[in-house]
Design a protein around this ligand. Structure first.
Ligand code: FAD
Length: 511
């Protein structure tokens, strides 16, 4: 499978005039953040930016043709994501077309469906999936800039390192042959041969840049480059202990039909959201199941055949009647884990490197704002870059970007964690807090802020939401820290006990 570079495509009638020396922006990662940034720079830059996007995986439009995979995790587009998308003319209708309306939320608890009372404005604007969103942006990018000479998009090309000193980036050398697995993941070492690049001796291909953007998700290689050369760069990353699998299932019979979200509070936790009606009709839903890593369901892990998996899922969700094919798809999938990440800054001035989206601030999906914040990052960075006239002005733009976005990124991580307490008392306290705060806000709106989830859905800055709820958020974070300590101690004790038991068993009797 050769890496593919998309230089061409239908050319827009209004191809921008290319600046005599456009700023060479290299974007690593064609996720929602990277693609939206490219659209902004090309759409509003009047030919001043030349953008190349390098993506380790295949074109998302190809992934949409494959069986369900974690690349197609469901996404709610809320107010802040909508605002960022709407500023690009013609983009929202395309995204809207691959989403489903979102209006009702039900919770399956203690064997019954309960409707959660909430207003339309507190719902996501649409629910779609990550790949469908990326494919919609790709289509627009190629339709408008495919033949402009300002855009290169290369798939199946993994960035391996970034050298901020020489302002160059290296990609893995192409593998002679590589097969894709069922998730569309290519072989580990692939890259393409793009005209102006220098080949290094068998170790890969390097390319110089004026600005490099790390839109390459939580395991960002651009961030590694920043870590190596920026003294004041600090980051904190941890596995949040949440594991999940995703597939598609036929829409179960009423009362599920038409609901935007069905949350199943049980073990394992499950989430059903509408699929993409324009892509696959309205008969399919996204189905995510998840558990915490210390509560892995042993019955699921004991399943070896599709029939076992179906029997287990039928016991856990009898109203779903999961097809054998979907149960098999789940069983075959590698369990996905989620990371939490906070960085002290999002850029390096000298090396002209900057991070957006999950590369800068990853969180658990409890708040449903990771992608929305990535889109907001892209819009903010673009507006600062668009104010620059020359490359020498980039450092100031990057400083301002960190100044604006670090408080938002930190608040996103903390507020999201506050919605995922790790012990039973924490869960009860969160439910009481939600009921209590909603009541007080309805009675005395001027005195009491709305509940966190309501403020988040209205698109209020996350740093303001954190400030308004600081006491509550900090107390959940502290109790989560205690829970992690208890779990680690328990795990260490179990490991020591197992080791001692093994040693005593191995020792000959009487010795
Ligand atoms: C189950 C689940 C539900 C979610 N629900 C929501 C929701 O409702 N609302 C919401 O806003 N967010 C949600 N999120 C979070 C959301 O998916 C992410 O925050 C979002 O995808 C981040 O976008 P991004 O562009 O920053 O990074 P990503 O989407 O991670 O994209 C990064 C891209 O970079 C590529 N890449 C990585 N390394 C390299 C490399 N070395 N070289 C080249 N390319 C590379 C990757 O292949 C990938 O395509 C959810 C997440 C999960 C798991």
């Amino acid at each position: 499978m050769a890496p593919c570079t998309l230089f061409s495509g239908p050319t827009s009638a209004n191809v921008p005039i290319i600046h005599p020396k456009p700023t060479d922006v290299v974007i690593i990662g064609a996720g929602p953040g990277g693609l939206l940034l490219a659209l902004y720079l090309l759409e509003k830059g009047q030919g001043r930016f030349k953008v190349s996007i390098h993506e380790a995986r295949e074109d998302p439009r190809e992934t949409l043709k494959r069986p369900p995979s974690p690349r197609r995790s469901p996404l709610g587009i809320w107010h802040r994501g909508l605002a960022a998308l709407q500023r690009i003319e013609g983009l929202w209708p395309r995204v809207n077309a691959v989403g489903a309306p979102a209006f009702v939320c039900k919770v399956w608890v203690l064997g019954r469906f309960l409707s959660v009372p909430h207003r339309a404005e507190d719902s996501p604007k649409i629910v779609t999936d990550r790949c469908a969103l990326c494919a919609a942006m790709m289509d627009l990018l190629l339709a408008r800039y495919g033949g402009s000479g300002l855009l290169d998009i290369t798939f199946d090309q993994r960035c391996t390192s970034v050298d901020l000193r020489t302002r160059s980036v290296t990609f893995a050398a192409p593998a002679p042959s590589a097969d894709r697995n069922s998730e569309g993941q290519p072989g580990p070492d692939q890259a393409s041969d793009v005209g102006e690049w220098n080949r290094t001796n068998g170790t890969g291909i390097t390319k110089r840049y004026d600005l490099i953007v790390g839109a390459d998700g939580v395991h960002s290689v651009v961030r590694q480059g920043i870590v190596q050369s920026t003294r004041r760069f600090d980051f904190e990353q941890r596995d949040i202990g949440w594991e999940w699998l995703v597939t598609r299932v036929p829409v179960p019979p009423p009362p599920v039909k038409g609901d935007w979200g069905l949350i199943v509070l049980g073990k394992p936790f499950a989430l059903l959201t509408p699929g993409c009606p324009s892509l696959e009709g309205d008969s399919q839903m996204n189905f995510v199941i998840g558990w915490t890593s210390h509560e892995k369901p042993p019955e699921w892990h004991a399943c070896t055949t599709a029939e076992d998996a179906k029997a287990y899922l039928d016991r856990a969700y009898p109203w779903l009647n999961i097809p054998l094919k979907s149960a098999e798809a789940l069983l075959k999938q590698r369990v996905n884990t989620s990371m939490q990440l906070k960085c002290s800054v999002y850029h390096d001035t000298e090396g002209r490197a900057v991070l957006i989206g999950d590369a800068a601030h990853a969180t658990s999906p409890t708040l449903g704002q990771g992608c929305n914040t990535a889109l907001e990052d892209a819009a903010t960075l673009a507006s600062l870059l668009l104010e620059t006239e020359t490359v020498s002005e980039l450092p100031d733009a990057l400083e301002s970007y960190s100044g604006l976005r670090v408080p938002e990124g930190h608040a996103l991580v903390d507020v999201a964690e506050s919605q995922g307490p790790m012990d039973r008392w924490g869960v009860i306290r969160n439910i009481l807090n939600m009921v209590w705060q909603t009541m007080l806000n309805r009675l005395f709106p001027k005195l009491f802020p709305p509940h966190i989830l309501i403020s988040v859905s209205a698109g209020k800055p996350l740093s303001e939401i954190y400030k308004a709820n600081k006491g509550f958020v900090d107390s959940v974070l502290a109790s989560n820290q205690r829970a992690v300590r208890r779990l680690t101690e328990k795990r260490n004790q179990e490991r020591t006990d197992a080791m001692l038991a093994k040693r005593f068993k191995a020792a000959p009797a009487g010795s």
